[in-house]
Ligand binder design. Structure first.
Ligand code: ITT
Length: 201
């Protein structure tokens, strides 16, 4: 089954493919005339609201090109740092572009509380209805930028041990995609969607 993912983020796309491909879905980036469509993201502090706004605009775009019955996925996600009151949160993409991982480390300099979480809210249109999934990955912000894998804030984030899995104090930037998946907020959100799909079909 074909599944369009409306995202400009290649890292998200790769991880979604990793989850869905073994289940027989063919995940492809959603483009119109070769471009990922520009989406208006509402100014709000909830990932769910942003994901909802993305899917509604995405469905309209699918319909406008006569593909309204195709499946479409969107996601809004971010890094929430406890001692910064959840910053950068919904502004994660913008802040990464402005100050990078090194800028976040600077903000946390001399701070002992380094706890943080990645969060994701995903919405999937199955051609008839919208399915929603949320996921959280708890962890800590490391004190240096470490590793070349993944994307975004991966090189500064060490996940907490989860269901018997541990990265052994390695950042997401230092581990393989299949290891990251064992902890990932994105995978958890997509699993919720898969469960919801199973319940309705
Ligand atoms: P789309 O909106 O086009 O999907 P985006 O990168 O702008 O792509 P978001 O608005 O959801 O996506 O911003 C989320 C940001 O949070 C993303 O750019 C990363 O910087 C960060 N982020 C989210 N999940 C991450 C992960 O698994 N690893 C590292 N950083 C992540």
């Amino acid at each position: 089954m074909q599944l369009w993912f409306m995202t400009g983020n290649k890292g998200k796309l790769l991880e979604a493919k990793h989850v869905f491909s073994p289940l027989g879905f063919e995940v492809e980036q959603f483009k119109i005339n070769g471009e990922v469509p520009e989406i208006i993201e509402p100014q709000c502090d909830s990932l769910e609201e942003v994901a909802n706004a993305k899917i509604k605009q995405g469905i309209k775009l699918l319909q406008s090109i006569g593909k309204g019955k195709d499946a479409l996925l969107v996601e809004d996600s971010g890094l929430f740092i406890d001692v910064l009151g959840g910053f950068p949160g919904v502004y994660s993409a913008f802040i990464l572009e402005k100050i990078g991982c090194a800028g976040i480390l600077k903000l946390l300099e001399n701070n002992e509380n380094r706890s943080a979480s990645f969060r994701a809210s995903s919405c999937l249109w199955d051609g008839q209805r919208i399915h929603m999934g949320n996921g959280i990955c708890n962890g800590v912000i490391f004190d240096t930028v470490c590793g070349e894998n993944g994307f975004g804030y991966d090189p500064i984030f060490i996940p907490s041990d989860f269901l018997g899995n541990s990265t052994g104090e390695k950042t997401f930037g230092e581990v393989d995609i299949s290891i990251k998946e064992k902890f990932s907020h994105r995978k958890k959100a997509l699993d919720e969607i898969l469960a919801s799909l199973k319940n309705t079909h």
